[in-house]
Design a protein around this ligand. Structure first.
Ligand code: ADP
Length: 396
């Protein structure tokens, strides 16, 4: 039996899912949080149970050791059954057109790319090192958020900035959420019963981070996130696209540095900044239902910008077979889907409002039979994609 551990390591947390492959069955999942702080939180789900403990987790390595000891002690798996570990890595730059083993050379490249993903890449490497230390003989594979977007043409990924910026510093669009866009678009082709090569699909991954992709014949041809996840549509706390001159104006008035302002665009903008209430769509929905202007406006702005991308991708794809909604908001926020789809009526999109209002996080066709474009709610599964890639790369 092969078990694969899919890992998403952050600076103070490790999310994990243990899957039995090739059955793709989730055996256990959870997260270790507050690593390096006085008291950690270890949440473990298995066998329909959810357990939370509060161990001290001085470093990632101690967290990983505790995780594996716990899995063994609870008879969830034997160490010898873990055949591979897959690590989510946000930024693979132009180096990685596919997932790859976590060799020293590849880890060096991940660190080299840290400039382009300051919040993520260094933390991923800490996680990779922790697993290497505790499971030295198990293959470790890097699965990048960016590889699925590496098929974009230069016309889609280049910025109209001085060419030297690209040559010297790698300034271009890389995108993110690639494993999700790949999973959802390929699954959508299966659900439609169409050969993948013939499909034109728009994927709206709307979570706390949100991005939209145009996928033609199973390959990404454009995506809304850019050099970093900041570009594109407004998200939970990220602004998405703005005119960079705004930074100069605010910097002058508030005496702030570029880094501080970028931090505000990443952490204090989006639904949070517009509504003034929360980054969580449920709270903003409650505000909207109370009739609060800023909450209504926040969703209006977000859905308008989502439509802008869908319209543009419809043209760039040369038509569209299906639009898929995924991730926390995409799977659960029926009022946002309805707002977007109603405006897409001009493209022949029609949804069944009753089905749409009842659909929460299950694979569901929400368009009517006479809709020119199929619309799906399609839960994403990044962990399965990571586990599949570990099996493929490590030839398990
Ligand atoms: P990420 O993985 O980017 O952190 P998720 O895909 O988990 O984000 O999505 C999180 C967001 O999804 C939350 O901020 C919340 O706004 C929204 N969300 C999750 N569940 C629901 C729900 N039942 N109804 C409405 N919105 C939801």
């Amino acid at each position: 039996m092969a078990m694969i551990m899919a890992v998403n390591a952050g600076s103070s947390s490790i999310k994990f899912q243990l899957l039995e492959m090739p059955e793709e069955k989730v055996i256990a999942s959870g997260v270790m949080e507050r690593i390096g702080l006085e008291e950690g939180i270890f949440t473990l789900k298995y066998d329909g149970k959810k357990e939370e403990t509060h161990p001290v987790l001085p470093t990632h390595a101690e967290g990983v050791q505790l995780l594996l000891d716990t899995l063994v002690a609870k008879n969830i798996c034997k160490l010898s059954e873990i055949a591979g570990v897959g690590h989510r890595v946000v930024q693979g730059g132009e180096y990685f057109k596919d997932s790859a083993f976590a060799t020293e050379e590849n880890i060096e490249k991940v660190l080299e790319l840290a400039d382009l993903a300051p919040l993520h890449n260094k933390a991923h490497v800490v996680g990779i090192r922790a697993f290497q230390k505790v499971l030295p003989n198990v293959p470790q594979v890097l699965v990048f958020d960016t590889t699925f977007h590496q098929t974009m043409l230069d016309e889609a990924y280049m910025y109209a900035t001085p060419y030297e910026w690209y040559e010297k510093y790698g300034i271009r669009k890389y995108g993110a959420h690639g494993t999700s866009h790949q999973y959802v678009s390929h699954r959508c082709a299966e659900l439609m019963g169409m050969p993948l090569e013939d499909t034109k699909i728009i994927v709206c991954h709307l979570g706390n981070g949100a991005s939209i992709s145009a996928v033609k014949g199973g390959k990404c041809i454009d995506t809304s996130m850019g050099l970093t996840p900041l570009e594109g549509i407004p998200m939970g706390t990220r602004s998405g696209n703005i005119d960079p001159t705004a930074l100069e104006v605010v910097a002058k008035h508030e005496n702030k540095s570029i880094s501080e302002l970028i931090q505000i665009l990443n952490k204090k903008s989006g639904l949070y900044g517009m509504s003034g209430i929360s980054n969580d769509a449920r709270d903003v929905t409650a505000g909207m239902n109370r009739g609060e202007y800023r909450c209504k406006m926040a969703f209006a702005v977000q859905s308008k910008r989502i439509m802008d991308y869908i319209g543009s991708y419809y043209v760039y794809l040369g038509g569209c077979d299906a639009i898929c909604f995924t991730a926390g908001m995409g799977e659960n926020l029926c009022h946002l889907r309805e707002k977007i789809c109603n405006r897409l009526g001009v493209l022949g999109v029609k949804i069944d409002t009753e089905i749409n209002n009842k659909t929460f996080g299950t694979e569901t066709l929400i368009s009517t039979p006479d809709s020119k474009i199929k619309v799906y709610v399609l839960p994403t599964n990044e962990e399965v994609m990571i586990a599949r890639d570990v099996m493929r790369i490590a030839k398990i």
